[in-house]
Write a protein that binds this ligand. Structure first.
Ligand SMILES: Cc1cc2nc3c(=O)[nH]c(=O)nc-3n(C[C@H](O)[C@H](O)[C@H](O)COP(=O)(O)OP(=O)(O)OC[C@H]3O[C@@H](n4cnc5c(N)ncnc54)[C@H](O)[C@@H]3O)c2cc1C
Length: 392
């Protein structure tokens, strides 16, 4: 197994071996077909559930497996080695509960946790057609009406939008009012069950890569939820999301690491057998240097991800560190997949060979969970620190 490493505990090795075994048998034979159709494999999801992997990062007291963050990253990497799209959907299946675990009530944690432990998938709904990076520009509203809130709006690019049974939705609860000094809207988070009247799944994205991951719009038309479904305090939604992203951004890149390891392994196999002028291309320094660069990026990306996961396990949620990890791992994955394609030559560009799909799958990691431009902005601001006021 290429993704068991010396630092891993016996338990971690057993976990990734089990994942590898399940996916080798159930997912690998159908990946090509699912990639063409753009379908999520429920059967594989259910097999992982039977082996106890649902809600793997939810604490045991709320029905989950209670794995630490390092172990979760290792499992996600193993999933990503087989298919990054499936790994992304599987990883995101518990994203919705994260703000609840950090800021929700005991009742909400139990309710959400029990659902995820029973195999219900969750989703995190921030992005809207007009607001991605500019998240504060969202239009979805939640208006108080007695003991309820009524939600109206459209969310887009929702990972697991069409698969989830439970959503965590960000909505404006008090609009911006610049004339009275309120520059930003008050945004709050809500738990919304998919079967609540007025909730519907909109168009599904026909994506370039990670095609086993489901991505849809979700529409809210006069969706009434009890006020008790609000997570934490009113108006603090964006603050909560900031804390949350410090955790999900770096760890959401683990599937990209698995993908990159697969690209390197395939490139190594290929260069041992593909010949030019009667000798394996693996003898060429030009190819060896490429492999060396791939290995350097991969090893450094893994070290950074595991370091960040260790920080999270110690309760240290650093936004700049999460951005550093997110940026480095996503760009390493893209670069390694690109190099694998180059080593495959023309066959790398052919859909009959596996690296073409890895290249397509790798592209998303620098876009979602906040684009890498936004990450650089966060890192840059942190590095430069507080500046003196403008002189003019
Ligand atoms: C497959 C997939 C799955 C996703 N899953 C989810 C999900 O589960 N939940 C969810 O809420 N969202 C999800 N997203 C949305 C994703 O997080 C956004 O697409 C992303 O944050 C970028 O927003 P945008 O697409 O609106 O691009 P824009 O914000 O419009 O950005 C366009 C370009 O401008 C740049 N840019 C924008 N603002 C700045 C700035 N201030 N400084 C410098 N450059 C800037 C960006 O980096 C980018 O290059 C998903 C997206 C995809 C494609």
């Amino acid at each position: 197994m290429k993704y068991t490493y010396e630092f891993m505990t016996d338990d971690q090795k057993s976990l990734v071996d089990l994942v590898d075994d399940i996916l080798t048998k159930t997912l690998d034979p159908q990946i090509s077909e699912l990639d063409q159709k753009g379908e999520f494999p429920w059967d594989v999801y259910n097999e992982l559930g039977k082996a106890g992997f649902w809600a793997m990062d939810v604490p045991e007291e709320y029905g989950g497996l209670g794995l630490d963050c390092v172990s979760v990253c290792l499992v996600r990497e193993a999933l990503g080695y087989h298919d990054a799209g499936f790994a992304c959907s599987f990883s995101a299946s518990t994203f919705g509960i994260k703000p609840v675990l950090l800021f929700g009530t005991e009742e909400q944690k139990k309710y959400y946790g029990e659902k995820l432990a029973a195999g219900v998938i969750s989703a995190q709904l921030l992005t809207e057609p007009q607001s991605g990076s500019d998240v504060g520009n969202m239009l979805t509203k939640a208006e108080k009406d007695g003991d309820s809130y009524v939600i109206n709006g459209r969310k887009t690019f929702v990972t697991n939008g069409g698969l989830a049974g439970i959503y965590t939705v960000a909505a404006v609860t008090s609009p911006a009012d610049p004339a009275n000094g309120k520059k930003k809207p008050g945004i709050s988070l809500f738990i919304v069950d998919r079967d609540t009247p007025g909730v519907s799944v909109g168009k599904e994205e026909n994506k370039m890569g990670i095609r086993l991951s489901n991505t849809t719009d979700v529409v809210f038309s006069d969706v009434r939820v009890p006020a008790a479904n609000m997570i934490g305090e009113e108006g603090k939604g964006l603050e909560y999301v900031g804390t949350l992203l410090a955790r999900t951004r770096p760890t959401g890149m683990a599937p990209g690491l698995g993908l990159a390891q697969k690209a390197l392994d395939l490139a190594v196999d290929y260069c041992r057998t593909r010949e030019t002028k009667g000798e394996a291309i693996g003898r060429l320094q030009a190819i060896q240097f490429k492999l060396a660069d791939m290995q350097i990026k991969l090893q450094c990306a893994r070290a950074q991800l595991i370091y960040n996961a260790q920080l999270i396990d110690q309760g240290i949620y650093s936004t700049p560190m999460g951005s550093i990890t997110k940026t480095f791992v996503s760009e390493a994955a893209m670069s390694v997949a690109d190099s694998a394609m180059q080593i495959y030559g023309g066959y790398g560009y052919s859909r009959e060979f596996p690296v073409e799909k890895l290249f397509r799958d790798a592209r998303i990691f620098s876009i979602f969970e906040g684009t890498n431009e936004i990450q650089r902005q966060i890192i840059g601001r942190d590095v430069v620190g507080k500046l003196p006021k403008k002189s003019k």
